[in-house]
Write a protein that binds this ligand. Structure first.
Ligand code: SF4
Length: 375
């Protein structure tokens, strides 16, 4: 650690578990080297989660890529009449859920496009039919942007829709659609869709209904450190209010096939610095995830020493970031995930979506163990 009075004051705060301010975060970004950031983030990581690194056995389902919005960073979406557009049938969706079940996955992560013509009931029915067929699979579905769209379509309040879908089998909300909350950036990259305040409101309502959720931040495009810190502090404020967030996932921008393809993708250095700064600023989030699909396996593994305590899961059938040029594999096997975690000097623990330990009798049959402590 260099002898720098302000940096030393920040270090003392981190060691004492005190909250870092916007100015502290800015100072760290401007003056701390990678190793200092990692060392500080690791203090928080090990205080909250010890040597454990979590993973889960999950699958992704994107029932349609047709989308009314045109986010500049998105390579996944398709126009209504585009040849690239698809809408999965009920049979295809149930087939995918069956595959998820037979592989012993504990979670189905469901997000997609906001289709111009499909009604809210189509989205509701997806949750209902999967839950009825496979009630043991946790359904983590629809980003805040989708919930906002459902409300615009139906004229009904988002909280009422969340409650209805919870009754139908919804287990929790994913953290997508957050991008960058600050309007100076948001209006340039994803104008028209739910803004930062609406995103926060949907998650507040979900938490009030007893649904847990995650949060994300898309970094490495046109935003600056000020916007990233603003984003993290808005999330921290909501977490102070509700305590409903489980995990924060920094998402590295992938430019291929997007309207921002002239911007290079973030470097490994930026990935690790963003991971560490997120861990330091989000002092009330129990978990920080290194999402290997976005980061690549090597950086995700390294991030376990830069604040991350979760590697996500087996994933399978990820299409959103692969469309934007992610060159990570479609799927990681459990043995490989465990090997990566152990090689990083951590202890692998399989969790379900709500951070209960998963106890496996064999590869595919499992039961829920104890609730893992959230600090
Ligand atoms: S990011 Fe989501 S909302 Fe934006 S264009 Fe892509 S699919 Fe649509």
């Amino acid at each position: 650690m260099p002898s720098d009075t302000q940096l030393n004051a920040i270090r003392t705060k981190v060691e004492n578990g005190q909250r870092l301010s916007f100015e502290d975060g800015f100072y760290l970004d401007q003056h701390a080297d990678l190793f200092t950031l990692g060392e500080l983030a690791n203090i928080v990581r090990e205080r909250k989660n010890g040597q454990v690194t979590y993973y889960n056995v999950n699958e992704h389902l994107n029932p349609t890529n047709v989308c009314v919005y045109r986010c500049t960073f998105c390579a996944f979406r398709a126009d209504l009449k585009s040849e690239k557009g698809f809408v999965m049938s009920d049979e295809q969706i149930l087939h995918r859920a069956e595959e998820c079940h037979s592989r012993g996955a504990t979670e189905l992560h469901i997000v997609g496009g906001l289709h111009h013509k499909l009604p809210y009931e189509w989205y509701l029915n997806i949750v209902k039919m999967i839950h009825e067929a496979y009630p043991e699979i946790h359904i983590k579905a629809w980003t805040a942007v989708e919930w906002d769209w459902f409300s615009r379509m139906t004229g009904r309040p988002t909280k009422e829709l969340l409650a209805e879908m919870k009754d139908a089998g919804l287990g929790s909300l994913p953290g997508g659609g957050a991008e960058i909350f600050h309007p100076d950036i948001r209006t340039q990259i994803c104008d028209y869709k739910a803004d930062g305040e609406q995103w926060i409101r949907v998650h507040r309502e979900a938490h009030e209904l007893g649904l847990r959720s995650n949060a994300t931040m898309l970094y490495g495009h046109i935003e600056k450190i000020e916007h990233r810190l603003d984003h993290l502090i808005r999330l921290r404020n909501l977490q102070d209010e509700t305590g409903g967030f489980q995990t924060f996932i920094p998402l590295a921008f992938h430019p291929d096939n997007t309207r921002l393809s002239h911007i290079p993708k973030p470097s490994g250095l930026m990935d690790l610095r963003t991971m560490a700064l997120s861990r330091l600023m989000l002092d009330n989030f129990p978990h920080i995830k290194a999402y290997w699909v976005m980061l690549g396996i090597k950086i995700a593994q390294t991030a376990l020493s830069y604040g991350a305590d979760d590697l996500d899961g087996t994933v399978v059938h990820e299409t959103i970031y692969h469309a934007a040029g992610s060159d990570s594999p479609q799927e990681l096997g459990v043995d490989e995930i465990k090997r990566l975690i152990k090689e990083a000097g951590r202890v692998p623990v399989e969790r379900d979506t709500l951070y209960h330990e998963v106890i496996r009798e064999n590869g595919t049959s499992w039961k829920q163990g104890r609730k893992l402590q959230l600090v």
